[in-house]
Design a protein around this ligand. Sequence first.
Ligand code: AMP
Ligand code: MG
Length: 292
Amino acid sequence: MNYRKKFLVEPGAKVRLSKIDASYTGKNETHEKALPKIQAHIERMDTLQYLLYADGSQSLLVVLQALDAAGKDGVVRHVFSGMNPQGTFVFGFKQPSKEEAAHDFLWRVHSRTPAKGEVVIFNRSHYEDVMVVRVHKLVPRSVWSKRYDLINDFETMLSQNGATILKFFLHISPEEQLARFKQRLDDPSRNWKISESDYSERELWPQYVEAYEDAMALTSTKHAPWYVIPANHKWFRNLAISQIIADTMDGMGLQLPPPRVNIADIRRKYHAAEREAKDGEKRRNKAAEKVK
Ligand code: AMP
Ligand code: MG
């Protein structure tokens, strides 16, 4: 199944999250069958990241957005586990610091975008400025409503500078979220993740859904598409995202750059000694044979 097609938010299309089954797990797909596929995607991503780094002319930006406990951290941990930490960076965006808040909303994000050759993952992003900010009325509508155009211009600029951008919304149901919060309560090793606000934010679910639907309809573009990923099942979430990333990177036309030096020359110049040593060894071995 081509998840890149299936979960794409077509540019300009309306999104109705209530019509998308958060528990979807593909056709004839099972956890058991998916595991080796996920592994294969992760290995492809590793090879392609090596090429991206060597090629040095393009970059990849992956944006992860979701409501609490939908699995953003899990995606970072599992889907990117094969990538070389040299050249792969993860940035999480929390409540803006005083300095960040004193700048425009894209300032802190822009400084973290990938340089050529790099992969960057945003765990939350500039989209919080049209999500939590909108839902909690942290700025007036006249301010946040202009941000969709600003975001589109910003992402267009990044893409013209060689960035491929993928944006994932991890779609879970309110019931699944509650079950995951409960797991966090029951498992002492996860207690630290719980915050009071997790529960109060739940009450704003419809407002968040509306904000996400608007944002995805207004900012899914050819060069920076949104994907809605059914995420009630962690293994399926990982399968779909890893496939979409690997397939996208495959299409980037990444190539090993030509060597910057004349390889034959280098061999002649610097490996002559090695050859001589080998020849010498051969001569000595022959001589030793004769003596025997
Ligand atoms: P977590 O990802 O669970 O560590 O939480 C980070 C928190 O920071 C979330 O509650 C976000 O809504 C919040 N946050 C991230 N970006 C912004 C922003 N631009 N304005 C206000 N809150 C934000
Ligand atoms: Mg949280």
